[in-house]
Design a binder for this molecule. Structure first.
Ligand SMILES: Nc1ncnc2c1ncn2[C@@H]1O[C@H](COP(=O)(O)OP(=O)(O)OC[C@H]2O[C@@H]([n+]3cccc(C(=O)O)c3)[C@H](O)[C@@H]2O)[C@@H](O)[C@H]1O
Ligand SMILES: Nc1ncnc2c1ncn2[C@@H]1O[C@H](COP(=O)(O)OP(=O)(O)OP(=O)(O)O)[C@@H](O)[C@H]1O
Ligand SMILES: [Mg+2]
Length: 254
């Protein structure tokens, strides 16, 4: 892939989004992970550092290294950033694991975190006339691997047409620090969570399968070509179908 041309395309896209919305710039949640670091980098390239606001939103169980990486990228880019710890908000919701009497529930309490972060991002978007830059990539969007109205809630998806493996290549090309590129992707919803363990497949293999599904290759041929069990491909196809609702307009009866 021609990464210079891709960078131009993506930066033009951001410029047009902001111009057409009459906005002052963008706000992005900085997790210290590769997706948000790449989105912030591209936005700064497009708009300049004064038009990008970073919000770092750890909670009491977050890995402290992630906050360090988020600050590292914000400082490297020279953008303004705000640290807003969401622990007290989780407590105010009575979230399991954050108030003494309730047990942590991965689905309900885990997803509350990205939903709270989305509210905070829109608060700053409203206040400063900014657009919320989403950070989901194509692999996540296909798999529905994101929280509905949480991290999936944003105004545009700048890297939504890039598979995770392409995100890694573009991040390398744009000089994002290796410690951010090389760590295991994680949503950080519970301790020890990683994308690849939860999805049950590496992004390397997942992307190879998704690319072939996108090109309408039948599952038998994919299985043969990549030497993976048909069951693995069936699981992925099932997951894509089950989660379609996350990336489609809301159903309205005619
Ligand atoms: N067919 C259907 N049509 C319309 N709506 C439907 C639906 N099926 C479920 N729903 C709704 O969707 C809800 C379930 O979706 P959701 O609340 O998103 O929950 P769910 O998909 O179960 O969980 C989110 C997943 O994304 C992962 N995640 C989250 C955040 C960030 C990242 C990351 O990579 O950083 C990953 C997380 O670890 C978990 O595996 C249901 O409670 C229901 O309200
Ligand atoms: N602690 C956090 N502070 C600010 N934003 C966060 C935080 N955790 C998650 N987010 C937001 O949610 C998005 C989704 O998380 P996700 O884990 O998919 O991406 P990432 O952390 O940027 O990359 P990686 O896949 O390498 O972990 C992040 O890109 C970021 O915008
Ligand atoms: Mg992450």
């Amino acid at each position: 892939m021609d990464y210079e041309e891709l960078t131009d395309k993506l930066t033009n896209f951001v410029n047009n989004m902001v111009k057409n919305a009459n906005a002052n710039g963008v706000v992005v949640g900085l997790s210290g992970g590769i997706d948000s670091s790449l989105v912030a980098t591209l936005c700064v390239k497009a708009l300049g550092k004064d038009k990008v606001l970073g919000i770092i939103m750890p909670e009491k169980n977050s890995n402290p290294m992630d906050k360090e990486h988020a600050e590292l990228i914000a400082k490297k880019l020279g953008i303004k950033y705000i640290i807003s710890d969401i622990t007290d908000i989780l407590k105010a919701f009575g979230a399991g694991g954050y108030v003494p009497t309730r047990e942590f529930n991965k689905l309900a309490d885990g997803n509350l975190k990205p939903r709270i972060r989305m509210c905070i991002l829109y608060y700053f978007a409203n206040k400063n006339n900014l657009l919320v830059a989403g950070t989901s990539n194509k692999s996540e969007i296909y798999m529905g691997y994101g929280t509905k109205y949480g991290d999936l809630g944003s105004d545009f998806l700048l890297i939504g047409n890039l598979f995770k493996t392409e995100v890694r290549e573009l991040a390398k090309y744009l000089g994002i620090p290796n410690e951010i590129i090389n760590k295991a992707p994680s949503a950080g919803l519970w301790e020890g969570q990683t994308d690849e363990a939860e999805l049950g497949i590496s992004y390397e293999l997942l992307d190879k399968i998704l690319i072939r599904i996108e090109h309408n290759m039948d599952k038998e041929s994919i299985s043969k070509e990549l030497n993976v069990p048909i069951l693995t491909i069936d699981d992925i196809l099932k997951r894509i179908a089950l989660n379609k609702h996350k990336s489609e307009p809301l159903p309205i009866p005619k």
